[in-house]
Design a protein around this ligand. Structure first.
Ligand SMILES: Cc1cc2nc3c(=O)[nH]c(=O)nc-3n(C[C@H](O)[C@H](O)[C@H](O)COP(=O)(O)OP(=O)(O)OC[C@H]3O[C@@H](n4cnc5c(N)ncnc54)[C@H](O)[C@@H]3O)c2cc1C
Length: 330
């Protein structure tokens, strides 16, 4: 379908991002007989694309991979082409408000395009920060692809009981990730700070408190810079350090947080953000301004909004947004 879509002059709903949330928004819009355009940079830029096995997706008791689930959702969208157009690879660069709604500028297959809509659903997700070895993020990919290195406690914590775990990171997020992982009963936990000063940006009070909690929990730290990884054949996470030593773990876990929270477009439209940098929304996924007032016609769904970063929540927030737009706005 991509590449052969003839864009309509205007849509009821424009969806920016075609991950789990955006695809569901496009589907729901069609089912409610409203036209929608889903503009997606590409499944490879979605968070779940590299999740080999997800265990909390209803209807898949044996688990399903992120990319298979995206394929199924794209397949569903292909059944409603009368109402919903889906263009990819296409990247939205800006969105502005007009008297009639919103106009987005995007590039699609190298061409500059615009699209108009009465309501807009922002569904760009967030992007995980990856550990860099010698300035490159690629060395970690094989371990991430085999789920030997995980990125999401809520998604993969249940895989950790009885396993030795290395947490990658050096700031408060890494320290709290390590403490939170204790709940899943790993046999051991260590924090690998990769040569970075630990908790350097935290206040002395917070640093002391976290140091005490980590010491009580016997969570050790390795400060030496990492030079590479090994052990993919044996399905272990072997970490090589600059001093020539190496350490082996059953699992790695990212405590590095986000590389990009996609705040630029929401900010340009007047959205407000919570303390962690997620867009604030109400129960109908309406984006809120600095006064806590919903911004007319503007919805924010999935990981981009304040809440839990989980696929069932991405779907639910997309459904709420489109149902609200159908019932009250369009
Ligand atoms: C390794 C890993 C394992 C996970 N496992 C699970 C699990 O087991 N269960 C679970 O429920 N959740 C899991 N998650 C979390 C889950 O992936 C996210 O909650 C979910 O992907 C959020 O959906 P989303 O649509 O909001 O964002 P995404 O799925 O990240 O999709 C965002 C989309 O927006 C597009 N985009 C971004 N910017 C633009 C732009 N400017 N223009 C056009 N398109 C744009 C991207 O190309 C992408 O397709 C996991 C995440 C990771 C990283």
């Amino acid at each position: 379908m991509a590449g052969f879509v003839r864009l309509k002059p205007a849509y009821d709903i424009l969806v920016v991002g075609g991950g789990h949330a955006g695809l569901q928004a496009g589907l729901k819009s069609a089912l409610l007989l409203h036209s929608a355009l889903v503009v997606d940079r590409g499944p490879k830029y979605g968070r779940s694309y590299y999740a080999p096995k997800m265990d909390n997706i209803p209807g898949f008791p044996e688990g399903i991979s992120g990319h298979k689930l995206l394929d199924r959702q794209i397949e569903a969208l292909r059944t409603v082409t009368e109402w919903t157009d889906y263009v990819t690879p296409a990247r939205v660069s800006s969105v502005r408000r007009t008297d009639a709604g919103f106009v987005a500028e995007f590039s699609w297959l190298g061409q500059a395009r615009t699209a108009e809509a009465r309501a807009i659903v922002l569904a760009m997700g967030v992007v995980d920060r990856m550990p860099e070895i010698g300035g490159s993020i690629e060395p970690i990919f094989p371990w991430a692809n085999f789920a030997i290195v995980d990125f999401c406690i809520l998604c993969d914590g249940h895989d950790l009981p009885g396993k030795s775990v290395a947490v990658l990171g050096h700031d408060e997020f890494a320290a709290r990730t390590a403490l939170d992982l204790l709940h899943f009963r790993p046999t051991s936990l260590e924090i690998l700070t990769h040569g970075e000063p630990f908790l350097a940006e935290s206040s002395p009070e917070v640093r002391d408190d976290l140091e005490r909690q980590l010491a009580d929990a016997k969570i050790a730290r390795v400060a030496t810079a990492i030079t590479g990884f090994d052990g993919i054949r044996e399905k272990v996470f072997r970490v090589k350090f600059g001093d020539g030593t190496s350490r082996q773990y059953d699992r790695g876990f990212s405590g590095l947080g986000w590389y990009d929270m996609h705040g630029k477009i929401p900010r340009s439209l007047g959205c407000s953000f919570d303390a962690e940098g997620y867009v604030r929304v109400d129960d109908d996924s309406r984006a809120l301004d600095d006064h806590g007032t919903p911004i007319p016609g503007l919805y924010c769904v999935g990981d981009l909004k304040s809440g839990w970063n989980q696929i069932p929540e991405a779907w639910a927030s997309a459904e709420r947004a489109v149902i609200h737009a159908y019932a009250e706005y369009l």
